[in-house]
Ligand binder design. Structure first.
Ligand SMILES: [Zn+2]
Ligand SMILES: [Zn+2]
Length: 266
């Protein structure tokens, strides 16, 4: 198992040390994990700090990597929260340091947070989806120093804030544009298993989007638990692998020093 989305106490919303997260990984028998702590220069909520010292972060990863070199491969990554206004800062950050793997995520749209629900206020469901995916397109246009797009359909997690329902057919063309853009940039997506834990009964992205990505020629895909606690490392990993195989995917992707290689799905 190779979990390419793991948080530690460097993320403002995670209280578990790297050491504890590594213990969780060892307990479940993971082969490798990538720490992808969450950096956000403009989160907008003063109660949570998503900025940390990158030098300290990389130093701690190196320390724990060396300590566990015999039993676990530990990779250094980031989950970058992209917003157009922090694009330049993120560009400098990623080029100034050596990471193994970069996830680009969109948690905030036009300065409004999806998680807190602000983004959905007084908005029709279709408008929310269009704004969300257009923002991802903007982010893809302005920043391409990343490896995979995180939880591509994150918006699906927040139906509780929306009045009404929507089906993929309503915004399919826009979604295709996003997927085609990712593929044309030579980048990938992740299958983020946290959707199951958050009760939406599906991975992020869901089966429909995974099918569409494959159909459009998408090949690069990592599996990530988005664990914020040691027990969530590699959660539903086997299910994700089986699903990918069922959908015709032959490989999952593995990143080291920002280079990808394919690992055959057994
Ligand atoms: Zn995220
Ligand atoms: Zn995350």
């Amino acid at each position: 198992m190779h979990d390419f989305h793991v948080h530690s106490s460097f993320s403002g919303d995670c209280k578990h040390s790297m050491e504890n997260m590594v213990k969780g990984a060892l307990k479940i028998g993971a082969k490798s994990i990538a720490f992808t702590d969450h950096i956000d220069y403009e989160y907008g909520n003063p109660d949570i700090n998503f900025v940390f010292d990158i030098k300290d972060y990389l130093k701690d990863i190196t320390k724990i990597r060396n300590k566990h070199s015999h039993d676990l491969q530990i990779l250094s990554g980031l989950e970058i929260c992209m917003q157009p206004k922090v694009c330049e800062k993120n560009k400098i950050l990623v080029s100034d340091y050596n990471f193994d793997f970069i996830i680009m995520s969109t948690h905030v749209v036009k300065g409004l947070d999806l998680h807190e629900g602000d983004f959905f206020e007084n908005k029709k469901v279709l408008d929310a989806y269009e704004e969300y995916y257009n923002e991802i397109l903007n982010n893809l246009d302005s920043f391409n120093n990343f490896d995979v797009v995180g939880h591509l359909n994150l918006i699906d997690r927040y139906s509780k804030y929306m009045n009404g329902t929507i089906s993929l057919a309503d915004y399919r063309d826009l979604l295709i544009q996003v997927l085609e853009k990712i593929i044309s940039l030579g980048k990938g997506i992740e299958i983020n298993t946290s959707g199951i834990r958050y009760g939406i009964n599906s991975f992020l992205p869901n089966i429909e989007i995974l099918k569409l990505y494959k159909h459009l020629g998408g090949e690069i895909i990592t599996i990530g638990s988005d664990a914020h606690t040691p027990t969530d490392i590699c959660s539903n990993y086997e299910d994700a692998k089986i699903l990918l195989k069922d959908l015709g995917y032959k490989y999952i992707s593995f990143f080291k020093e920002r280079k990808s290689r394919f690992i055959k799905i057994e």
